[in-house]
Design a protein around this ligand. Structure first.
Ligand code: GAR
Length: 197
């Protein structure tokens, strides 16, 4: 059994895709042992609670400094003892120690075809705004391992999505989620879980 912790900051539609994937047997041999958010208002926390998954909020605002936040975050992860950490829209700079301790055991979903539109400053809608500004005809999503860089780790899976005439960032974001993110993130977790058997 692959025990996973999902880290989230916002709406949690990717978390929902993982919850549904496990429930429907598309993600095999996997248990979501916890969800951690840095944001108390994240709807993702409600999704976790509704699915009966232990949900935790560890907000940097509640700590005197970054080091104390990092320690609390790492302690929560350690308590949950995950085999794999899934960053699903988690907009926090990870403590360096976390990358060391969980090397090759952290994956991230990014809403573009890396190496396009990635790195510092490219997150959420900004990625799609940049894709539309550049005028690309194809974009997509990438699941990759997390290393010390921003979106630089080894690529696990990618899926292309067409950009259509008249797309707004919001419309494109939704299409990339539906056609790529919610497909490849569950698939990547299933493959990682299967490869461990
Ligand atoms: C997703 O589109 C995800 O790819 C993106 O944030 C969104 C979270 O949505 N992540 C990044 O931009 C990371 N650089 P969700 O909370 O509905 O899953």
């Amino acid at each position: 059994m692959l025990n996973i912790v999902v880290c989230v900051s916002g709406g949690g539609t990717n978390l929902q895709a993982i919850i549904d994937g496990v429930a429907e047997g598309r993600i095999r041999n996997t248990k979501i042992v916890g969800v951690i958010s840095n944001n108390a208002g994240a709807y993702a926390l409600t999704r976790a609670k509704d699915a009966g998954i232990p949900a935790f909020c560890i907000s940097p605002k509640k700590f005197e400094n970054r080091e104390n936040f990092n320690q609390a975050f790492l302690a929560q992860l350690e308590a949950l003892a995950p085999d794999l950490i899934v960053l699903a829209g988690f907009l926090v700079i990870l403590p360096e120690k976390m990358i060391e301790v969980y090397r090759n055991r952290i994956i991230n979903i990014h809403p573009s075809l890396i190496p396009s539109f990635c790195g510092t400053g490219y997150y959420g809608l900004k990625v799609h705004e940049a894709a539309l500004t550049r005028g690309v005809k194809v974009t997509g999503a990438t699941v990759h391992y997390v290393d010390e860089g921003t979106d630089t780790g080894r690529i696990i899976m990618q899926k292309a999505v067409e950009v259509l005439e008249g797309d707004t960032p919001e419309v494109l974001q939704r299409r990339v989620m539906e056609q790529a993110e919610w497909v490849i993130l569950p698939k990547a977790i299933d493959e990682i879980a299967s490869s461990r058997e």
